[in-house]
Every structure is written in C-alpha cells, then in structure tokens.
Design a protein around this ligand. Structure first.
Ligand code: CP3
Length: 368
C-alpha cells in the first residue's frame, strides 16, 4: 500500500504524494498541477485536433494517453485523470456540450421541482469509461506516480445543472436553494448517490486519492455554505474516505469558508492564491493537509519572480508534514510549458531544504 510505513530512503512519487495527503513525513513536498493536461500543451492540442473533449474523456486509450503524457512531460509526483466535472450530468438525464470559448452549456437546465424529481441517480455505471482510463494509467505508472481520481462537489455540480453553465450571480441556484429547499436537498442527495458510486469505480480502478472540486463554493456566504452545502458534502467526503483513500477538497475564493470546509473532514484542503498559505493553514488549526497555492498567472512571470513566489510558498509551509505543492487554480491556455517545468525543478531542489527544517522543529503530525 502506497504511503504506509516509515520514511523510505528513495520515495516514489506515489508514496510522496499519498504520504503528504495523510500528513506523514516526506523528503520534500510532492508537486502536481491542476489542469496539467490541457490546451497550453502542444501534445494535447494535437489530440484535440482529431477528437472533441468529450470524445477524449470517453475513450480510455485517449484519456490515459493525455494523462500520462502531461504527467511525464512535467515530471510531477501525481497524475490527475483526464475527465471533466460535467460527465455525471449525462447519466442523470441532462445533455451538455462544450461550446468553444463559452465553456460548458447544459441544454435544459434544471429550473423546477419536477425537473429535480426527474433526475436519475441509478446510472452511474455509465461512467465506467473513466475507471477504465484510470486502470490504464495505474498499469503504466505503478507506484512511480500518485493517481488522482476526481468529481465535482454537490454544490458546484448542482449550480451547473441549474444555471445551465458558468454563472456570475448564481441567481437560479440560490433561488432553488432558498425557495425550494426540500427539492434542493433531494437534488444534492441524488448527486451524492451518483458521485459516491462514481468515486468507488475510480478507487477500485486504482485511484490513490480523490479530489472533490467545489470550484464555485466561493459564491456562498459562510452561513449558507453551512446550512445548504456542508452536511451533504461531508457525507460524500466520509463515504469516499471509507473506500480507503484520502480526499482533497478544493474551492476557489474560499478564504472565509476554509474553517467550515475543514469540517467536512477532508484530508487535504485546496487553497487558492488569494490567501497566504500559512494564515489559511493556521485558520484551520493545522488540522488537515493543504494543497496550493501559486497564482497560475505567475507562470507567465520572469523566472526570478516565479522563483521568489515558489520560495515564499515553501517558506510559509515551513516543512510541516502535509503540504502538496500546486497552483491556486488551473493552468490557463497560453502558459509556457517550460515555466511549469521550472516550478517542478524548483520544488525538487528547494523543497528538501524546507522539509529538513520542518523535521527539526518536530512538525510531523503524530497521527495519520
Ligand atoms: O489535467 C487536468 O486537470 C485536465 C482534466 C480536467 C478537465 N476538466 C479537462 C478539461 C479537469 C480536472 C477538469 C475539471 C473541471 N471541469 C472543473 C474543476 C476545476 C476548475 O477549473 O475549477 C470545472 C469547473 C470544469 C468545467 C469546465 N470544463 C469548464 C468551465 C471548461 C471550460 C473552461 C476552459 O478552460 O475552456 C471545461 C473544458 C475543459 N475541461 C478543458 C479541459 C482540458 C478545456 C477545453 C478543451 O480542451 O476543449
């Protein structure tokens, strides 16, 4: 089992990543990038010339290839399976497409109680192509690389289903939440049934860790998050942990939500770049691991600036057990690949110095 036992002399990427998620000692922080496979990379653009995004997701050979190529090219410690947040909408009964430049569009958004009651929760099996891709990636990497499965969080997926796409104000979502609260809860319950089954397929196929994306949680105030979202999200987190893997719970614009997000019991909380890593971690009483939090746009900065930001994050983590180096959100199109590779090199060369400091000051968590 990756991640158990004493500090091995030569740690594999998979062991380093899973151990950090569990706040066990590592030789340096593991590093990977949100959206590490995507349009900024020529190899991905080449595959995209011949296949749509959904086609790549649904063909395990292509999804595995894209996942593996990106992780190898960057030489990171973990590979996130190539898929999309929106895939579970289809077996729930909603058609969607990706419109160039506009992001995802759901054709008949869920705007009524009747539409909520029509949503199907019994067809998660139709998503098995994601697990098939994970199997291929796991067979390729063995323990060399941590393998991350993922799904959307109930709130973020519900907001896509109700708004029909991205949103600025989440008016329809919040209208449903406040005005049809019982139906809202039924909708999130259905989502959890589907997501739990979907995550189980991914774990059975070899995912070492599951990341739950609550990308739009930051649209909620603390009281609403706690009343309408926290309990159902906690259920999903606990259900996935019961499958035997750590959970990373990630959102954007979440500074004031972090202590509440921590209450889900997720092993790792993802931080965006708007918070200082040390202050954010302290706000959660160091009771979890953290992942982050370089501003993805720093990847467009000159190398000395980039290095100073990487150093600042490592200094703030201060070698404590439980830091996964990542961006505060995803890599954007146009990002120079060589700058992403440079960050990996920096974490590999600078990281061990900080890790040693943390070990001296006895920062390793005493439990796992
Ligand atoms: O290596 C990886 O991380 C890629 C795998 C991946 C994709 N989507 C492929 C993708 C992952 C982890 C996602 C998650 C995802 N999808 C999220 C959560 C992460 C986040 O950014 O907060 C969300 C909100 C979505 C929904 C989504 N998919 C949007 C909003 C968009 C359009 C925005 C954009 O970047 O164009 C997509 C499309 C999408 N999903 C692309 C990729 C590589 C780019 C479009 C393409 O290749 O045609």
């Amino acid at each position: 089992m990756i991640g158990s036992g004493e500090l091995p002399l030569a740690m594999t990427g998979g062991a380093r990543f899973v151990r950090a998620c569990l706040r066990r000692a590592v030789d340096r922080p593991p590093v990977w990038f949100l959206r590490q496979a995507g349009r900024y990379m020529a190899e991905y653009r080449e595959v995209r010339k011949h296949h749509s995004l959904v086609e790549i997701c649904k063909r395990p050979d292509l999804a595995a290839e894209v996942t593996i190529t990106a992780a190898e090219k960057l030489d990171v410690d973990a590979a996130i399976i190539f898929a999309d947040l929106l895939l579970p909408l289809e077996p729930m009964g909603l058609d969607f497409e990706f419109v160039a430049g506009d992001g995802p569009v759901v054709h008949s958004p869920v705007r009524t109680v009747e539409a909520i009651d029509r949503l199907r929760a019994d067809r998660a099996g139709a998503l098995d192509y994601v697990a098939a891709a994970i199997e291929k990636v796991a067979a390729h990497f063995g323990e060399r690389m941590g393998i991350i499965g993922f799904c959307g969080a109930p709130y973020t997926l519900a907001s896509y289903m109700i708004e029909g796409g991205g949103s600025r104000n989440y008016v329809h979502t919040k209208q449903m939440m406040y005005g049809e609260t019982a139906a809202w809860r039924r909708m999130l319950d259905k989502l959890v049934v589907v997501l739990e089954a979907y995550c189980r397929q991914q774990v059975d196929a070899g995912a070492d860790v599951i990341q739950i994306f609550d990308s739009w949680a930051g649209s909620l105030g603390v009281a609403d998050y706690r009343e309408y979202v926290l309990p159902v999200t906690t259920r999903l987190v606990r259900a996935v942990q019961a499958m035997g893997v750590p959970v990373i719970y990630f959102g954007v614009d979440t500074a004031s939500l972090l202590p509440s997000m921590r209450e889900t019991g997720a092993d790792v909380i993802g931080l965006d770049w708007r918070v200082e890593l040390d202050a954010a971690w302290r706000s959660m009483e160091y009771g979890c691991a953290v992942q982050g939090n370089l501003d993805p746009i720093t990847l467009f900065a000159p190398e000395p600036v980039l290095e100073s930001r990487v150093r600042a994050i490592l200094a703030q983590a201060d070698g404590r057990a439980g830091h996964v180096f990542n961006l505060g959100h995803g890599i954007v199109p146009g990002t120079p690949v060589e700058n992403v590779q440079a960050v990996v090199r920096m974490v590999k060369t600078l990281g061990p110095q900080f890790a040693a400091r943390g070990a001296q000051s006895g920062m390793e968590a005493t439990h796992g």
